[in-house]
Design a protein around this ligand. Structure first.
Ligand SMILES: Nc1ncnc2c1ncn2[C@@H]1O[C@H](COP(=O)(O)OP(=O)(O)OP(=O)(O)O)[C@@H](O)[C@H]1O
Length: 356
């Protein structure tokens, strides 16, 4: 049994003169919750539709459970899809909706009934079998859509922005529900979203897509803490980017110039004269009213302080006019309000991104 449940090998999808997916290679493990994350138009839905069989790749191969499925229609693949708009049949009740795929497969009636009961209980809708979709809330409809997709026992469930139509509170609740459901079932989920927080919360691994390509594949903490491209650093969470040059290198530590100040960074793989970008998360920057002894500092002018519930965000302006954002826990002792501040950070807080 291959370890990888889904494999895309150099997959390209062209629509007339538009390249929607560009040389995408990705291995998705058995039982994994993998999210394809990226802004609108980056190609994530097209990638999912090719795995489902609704689109065929222009070039490249797609393997499901070890078998090349290019050219095979959706109903002959071991996958099922849940869409954002539920796509439930309005004239059928919940139980009939869930039974639909099994009926098409000519499953025996007793077995269908058993499976429908199992699925209703899985999504906690035991009492709703007789209802029509228009008698359900948005969250309940989406649970029916998930139950319907799981009823035929697919090896892979594909989910295309399935929580997009729900309000924020319900969406957060469903994120955890779906994650727990996936853990209980142990089947592979491939989830598509443009919401980075949703991806961080739910996924075992995230593939960040940008202009049809996979920019980075990693665990949520790898993607957040060690972004490999400027796009990933900027798209996931909030960050401060400083584009700079390595001025000095002594083996372990390199020094880069930020606003005329020599700032130490991890020197691994760098060389003097190389152009790099530093990414420093707002919560990793320290703000003080005096320079901290033993640390480099950048002097900055206060622009505004914004209270965002759990955090206090401070926007400062550096001498060259660029801005830096610092985020502190709202409960942390607030230093007195003044016009000038000093900002610094620990060496390991700055992620060095090599500029290509
Ligand atoms: N059937 C099609 N014909 C022509 N172009 C298409 C077709 N489907 C998608 N595209 C184009 O391919 C690119 C990728 O689209 P895709 O829907 O995969 O992006 P996405 O990342 O899922 O975006 P969204 O979140 O907005 O759905 C876009 O430029 C889109 O316009």
């Amino acid at each position: 049994m291959p370890d990888n449940m889904v494999q895309l090998v150099n997959v390209v999808k062209e629509f007339e003169d538009n390249v929607a997916v560009n040389d995408l290679s990705i291995d998705i493990r058995r039982g994994e919750f993998l999210t394809l994350l990226g802004p609108s138009g980056c190609g994530k839905t097209t990638a999912l539709r090719m795995i489902a069989g609704f689109e065929q790749p222009t070039r490249g191969e797609i393997y499901l459970d070890g078998e090349n499925v290019v050219g095979r229609p959706p109903y002959k693949r071991v996958v099922n899809t849940v869409f954002q708009n539920y796509a439930l049949f309005p004239h059928m009740n919940v139980a009939e909706n869930i039974a639909f795929g099994l009926k098409m497969k000519k499953t025996a009636k007793a077995e269908i009934n058993e499976q429908v009961t199992r699925m209703l209980s899985l999504v906690q809708l035991e009492a709703y079998g007789e209802r029509r979709p228009n008698q359900l809330s948005g969250g309940q409809r989406q649970r029916v859509a998930i139950a319907r997709a799981l009823a035929t026992n697919p090896k892979v469930l594909l989910l295309d922005e399935p929580l997009g139509a729900l309000d924020l509170k319900l969406r957060k609740q469903m994120q955890l529900e779906l994650k727990h459901l996936q853990q209980r079932l142990g089947i592979t989920f491939i989830f598509v979203t443009h919401d980075q927080e949703e991806a961080l919360i739910m996924s075992d691994r995230i593939g960040v897509m940008h202009r049809g390509r996979l920019d980075q594949l990693g665990t949520p903490s790898e993607i957040y803490d060690k972004p490999r491209t400027i796009f990933v650093a900027d798209f996931i969470g909030e960050t401060n980017l400083f584009s700079t040059v390595v001025t000095k290198w002594d083996g372990n530590t390199a020094y880069v110039d930020v606003e005329g100040c020599s700032v130490p960074v991890d020197g691994t793989g760098l060389r003097a004269g190389e152009a790099v970008t530093l990414s420093v998360r707002p919560e990793r920057i320290r703000l003080s009213s005096q320079p901290e002894p033993g640390f480099f500092y950048l002097q900055a002018r206060l622009k505004e302080r914004i209270f965002v519930g759990t955090a206090l965000k401070t926007v400062l302006v550096l001498p060259t006019g660029s801005e830096v954002v610092v985020s502190e826990q709202a409960l942390a002792p607030v230093i007195s309000e003044q016009d000038e501040y000093y900002v610094t950070w620990n060496t390991e807080a700055a992620v060095v991104i090599r500029t290509e």
